[in-house]
Design a protein around this ligand. Structure first.
Ligand code: GNR
Ligand code: NI
Length: 177
């Protein structure tokens, strides 16, 4: 198992559109296992492959408090959405420290493949439905801040770049022995 590096907004690679997974092989199983470990370590409820710079349609989700309810979605498609929508204060591991309201479908039905390539359907509501829509946006190259006003987005971009420069300075001024 290995921890993977999560890309941070405004990294342009986050806007890459993911391609379908074609091979259900050992490489895929290792990727799922490393993404799961990375999600748990970062205390996230979901992670899309796009966030670790792998541009394939692969998502891991676990909204449980106990880290024992893993959901793997490969090549997911939303096949039904409720007319009702819900606003929720979202966050993202690629935009740490930022939380803001996003409107999503309250309920969805998704069709996806599991890690062995078997197709399944899942009806979701609550945080799970929100999380699936958030992760599927990542696969399309979309980050939640793109739903916010351009004023908010620009402020977030500036804050992220400032923090990135700070982190670089800090690591340079304390060289490893
Ligand atoms: O950990 C996460 N929490 C979260 C909270 C509200 C709505 C969506 C999410 S997903 C996020 C992890 C992440 O960035 N996945 O892409
Ligand atoms: Ni995210």
């Amino acid at each position: 198992m290995s921890l993977l590096t999560i890309l941070r907004y405004p990294d342009p690679r986050l806007h890459t559109v993911a391609k379908p997974v074609r091979n259900f092989d050992d490489r895929l199983k290792k990727l799922v296992s490393d993404m799961t470990e990375t999600m748990y370590e970062a205390a996230g409820v979901g992670l899309a492959a796009s966030q670790i710079n792998v541009h394939e349609q692969l998502i891991v989700i676990d909204i449980s408090d106990t880290h024992d309810d893993l959901l793997v979605l490969i090549n997911p498609e939303i096949i039904w959405t409720s007319p009702e929508k819900t606003v929720y204060k979202e966050g993202c591991l690629s935009v740490p420290g930022i939380y803001d309201d996003v409107e999503r479908h309250t309920q969805i039905t998704v069709r996806a493949l599991d890690v062995t390539g078997n197709s399944f359907e899942l009806k979701a509501d609550g945080l799970l439905a929100i999380c699936i829509q958030h992760e599927m946006d990542h696969l399309l190259g979309k980050v939640f801040v793109e739903y916010l006003s351009s004023l908010k987005r620009d402020r977030i971009k500036t804050k992220m770049l400032k923090e990135e420069r700070r982190a670089q300075k800090t690591s340079n001024s304390s060289p490893k022995r």
